[in-house]
Design a protein around this ligand. Structure first.
Ligand SMILES: [Zn+2]
Ligand SMILES: [Zn+2]
Length: 309
């Protein structure tokens, strides 16, 4: 699994800093979290194919998180796409997408499935397949806003061929069955269970995306043990009152969430445009006093999240 930061800015784009958008590539599938202005520029520069995006998760409908969407949808006229595109987000996301398509007379040649969150104030699973699920949880912002966490399900344990041979399981379909968790029956009637030839189930990975929000203690348990937490750290500590008032966080508050949630790594995002590049170091230094493994995200930065085993 790789995580690409397509844009790391908040509020307004700056030269060299697009607005918030993060893309997860997992097993050939692309999942997008927020879609700020110029998302498609970063996609193009990274040579990532928009038609591989299966699902877009939107935190909230402030302009700096959704203005890239019409451009992304419009790409359909340029390339063929067979699979539907699912867009998930709080109320108003449907209105925004449908009115953009209507007013701009967009030519859409594929299916768009829009799912508005019924109860964004409650944590819940919003997307699930055999391999992973995505959960939303409430944030505290000036309009309805949610964080997301992608959690991979456990994978079958390692297969030990020597054990299968010892138990006289013939190489072939029986090996595949055991590897997929089914028991098999040998010619002499002996039943072989997967646990006899496989190791323990293996843990999946976890990725979390949190922006925009005031500090909220309930975030830490939701993102706990993430391999990577991408979290807003919009302001420096000196502006904590202003951050609270605007329903945003300081980088140090983001670091507290990372520490309390015992994540492996924190990537700060959604920087205030008041900070030029050299000022951002201050936000990083403040965060690292609380949580050492913090980095500033930059446009088109990539994080690799390998399996633990
Ligand atoms: Zn924002
Ligand atoms: Zn916002």
């Amino acid at each position: 699994m790789e995580v690409y930061v397509l844009g790391c800015g908040g509020m307004m784009p700056l030269p060299g800093r697009h607005l918030t958008s993060v893309l997860v590539r997992r097993d050939g599938e692309l999942l997008l979290f927020d879609c700020g202005e110029s998302t498609q520029v970063s996609l193009k520069r990274l040579n990532l194919k928009w038609k591989k995006i299966s699902t877009i998760f939107i935190s909230h409908t402030h302009a700096d998180h959704v203005t890239g969407l019409p451009g992304i949808l419009m790409l359909s006229a340029q390339v063929d796409r067979d699979e539907p595109l699912t867009i998930i987000g709080p109320k108003k996301i449907r209105d925004y997408i449908e009115s953009s398509i209507n007013v701009l007379d967009m030519y859409i040649n594929y299916e768009i499935i829009i799912k508005e969150l019924d109860e964004p104030e409650k944590p819940g699973i919003v997307w699930e397949n055999d391999e992973y699920y995505v959960k939303s949880f409430p944030l505290d912002h000036s309009k309805v806003c949610v964080g997301y966490t992608l959690i991979e399900k456990e994978r079958p344990g390692e297969f030990f061929p020597e054990k299968a041979r010892e138990l006289s399981v013939p190489v072939g379909p029986m090996w595949s069955k055991l590897q997929s968790g089914e028991s098999v029956c040998l010619e002499d009637g002996t039943e072989i269970l997967p646990s006899q030839v496989m190791g323990n189930m293996r843990k999946g990975r976890k990725f979390s995306f949190v922006t925009d929000t005031a500090y909220l203690p309930s975030i830490a348990p939701e993102i706990s043990n993430s391999d990577l937490l991408i979290c807003e750290g919009m302001f420096e500590e000196a502006l904590i009152d202003s951050a609270r008032e605007k329903k945003h966080m300081t980088s140090k508050q983001a670091a507290k969430i990372a520490k309390d949630g015992r994540v492996k790594q924190l990537g700060l995002i959604h920087f205030s445009p008041r900070y030029v590049e050299r000022d951002l170091q201050r936000l990083l230094t403040e965060a690292q006093t609380v949580f050492k493994n913090t980095i500033l995200t930059r446009d088109r930065m990539c994080f690799n999240l390998p399996y633990e085993d």
